[in-house]
Ligand binder design. Structure first.
Ligand code: FCB
Length: 467
């Protein structure tokens, strides 16, 4: 198959274009009700891991384990957002961003007996009150990977009981914060929690067993399903959803075996999560790919998991080109000559469009979609007080164009959150990989607005001013 080079650009030059960001006049992005915001997550930005009664999470343990995180970095200080939250929210509002997706640190708000931690809860109350004051729409994720370590000590997501503890946590938070959250997301990227956390060990808690991954996934999805009615009952004015990362798999050739490999890649990345949520069943092809790994499913679980959603959050980053491994699976064939980011991920906006359109065809009940994360890492440097992140500007423009194309093809996409508001602790890659539209100098905690944020801001202000 010919390599598609249409997306390859000279990343040193896009800023010389007259307008490197502003969407064309006919773009759906100009609609004032298309929410444009930025996202973060608790462990990646807050720091203050021992303050005000916060208990350890699996990421404290994992990042303290030698060899798990690049350069031995941890989230102990991160962006010090726990202390700088007011200035950070002012910065977000100053940029004109209309939505903010944040997550709550479970170990900050509840102890092992299930008792609330007032100081931790008050932090989020203050934060949400400030966001409301600024007129910013809030998307709150309950679980962005920082499981309390005391739950991991009892088996974590391998223990069915964790799903019930999650429902208790969702109950507490939605009672405490009712009325100040516009949209609740139960989980962020269960694929990463299950596969990277329990399947290959690249993420906390660092276990590596195929059967662990499928059982952890089942308990994560069950946790989600148990929490949905609780959130609805406690906070009826809010939208309830979940956030899934999705991956585009393309076949390295037209051969039936490679086409099948690409299909299986997407089953593993997408259908593994979306089928249970939207069809109430695991995709059967998954057990062809991973024979003998079916999780233990109790009567009624699939119905609980398939609780109707108000929205589906989609995180998209890159595509993977695959071929058949000669047996039942796939293996990656990295493409040469394509544009990549600091993560080595291929820049492939068409993948986002194609997946969205594909989901619309595959799931008759596809809920309205928010792109809850999209963005890229680059090795950004401050020079003369400025950060010219030309590749990111071009990346964002092209991915927003892909979203527009999906909308025009009939997919209901209601908004888009940049990942991320600011550079932060990028999990196993520590602080080296910079995903922010705002630069963070970790030695001084100085924030510097990058050129990408300036252009997004300019667009939002222009859109707001339009009659
Ligand atoms: C996603 C995570 C997010 C961030 C981006 C780059 O998988 O949800 O926290 O690390 O990747």
């Amino acid at each position: 198959m010919a390599i598609d080079t249409s997306a390859v650009i000279d990343v040193t030059s896009p800023n010389t274009l007259a307008d490197p960001f502003t969407p064309p006049a006919d773009s759906s992005l100009w609609r004032k009700n298309f929410l444009l915001g930025a996202a973060t997550a608790s462990y990646q930005i807050e720091g203050a891991v021992n303050e005000d009664g916060r208990l350890p999470s699996i990421w404290d343990t994992f990042s303290a384990t030698p060899g798990k995180v690049l350069a031995g970095d941890t989230g102990a200080v991160a962006c010090d957002h726990y202390h700088r939250w007011e200035a950070d929210i002012d910065m977000l509002a100053g940029l004109g961003l209309e939505g903010y997706r944040l997550s709550i640190a479970w170990p900050r708000v509840m102890d092992a007996s299930g008792a609330p931690n007032r100081k931790g809860i008050d932090f989020y109350k203050r934060l949400l009150a400030r966001l409301k004051e600024k007129g910013i729409t809030t998307f709150v994720t309950l679980y962005h990977w920082d499981l309390p370590q005391y739950l991991e000590d009892r088996g974590g997501w391998l223990n069915r009981d964790t799903a019930y503890r999650f429902a208790d946590y969702a109950d507490l938070m939605s009672r405490e914060l009712a009325g100040s959250v516009d949209a609740w997301a139960t989980l962020n990227e269960p694929w990463c929690s299950a596969y990277l956390g329990y399947g290959n060990g690249h993420h906390a808690p660092g276990l590596a067993d195929g059967r662990f991954a499928t059982q952890a996934m089942h308990h994560l999805l069950l946790a989600h399903g148990l929490a949905v009615p609780v959130l609805r009952a406690n906070d009826p004015g809010s939208q309830i959803g979940i956030v899934a990362n999705i991956g585009r798999g393309t076949a390295n050739s037209d051969s039936a075996a490679d086409q099948r490999a690409a299909h299986l890649f997407e089953v593993q990345h997408n259908a593994w999560i979306l089928d249970p949520l939207l069809k109430g069943a695991y995709p059967r092809d998954l057990w062809e790919l991973w024979p003998g790994t079916e999780p233990l499913v109790l009567d009624g679980d699939m119905k609980t998991i398939a609780a109707p959603l108000d929205f589906l959050g989609i995180n998209y980053y890159f595509r993977t080109n695959v071929e058949s491994d000669g047996a039942h699976g796939f293996r990656e064939v990295p493409l040469e000559g394509v544009e990549r980011t600091q993560m080595g991920w291929e820049v492939y906006p068409d993948g986002l469009r194609d997946l969205l359109i594909g989901f619309k065809g595959a799931y008759g009940n596809l809920p309205p979609i928010y792109i809850t994360e999209n963005g890229m890492a680059s090795d950004d440097k401050v020079s003369d007080g400025r950060v010219d992140d030309a590749q990111r500007i071009s990346f964002l423009k092209r991915h927003l164009a892909a979203v527009d194309q999906a909308i025009k093809a009939g997919v209901e996409v209601r908004g888009y959150f940049l990942w991320s508001l600011m550079d932060n602790f990028e999990w196993a890659f520590g602080y080296e990989r910079r995903f922010g539209v705002v630069h963070v100098d970790y030695s001084t905690q100085k924030r510097t607005v990058k050129r990408s944020a300036e252009l997004v801001s300019r667009f939002l202000k222009e859109r707001k001013a339009q009659v």
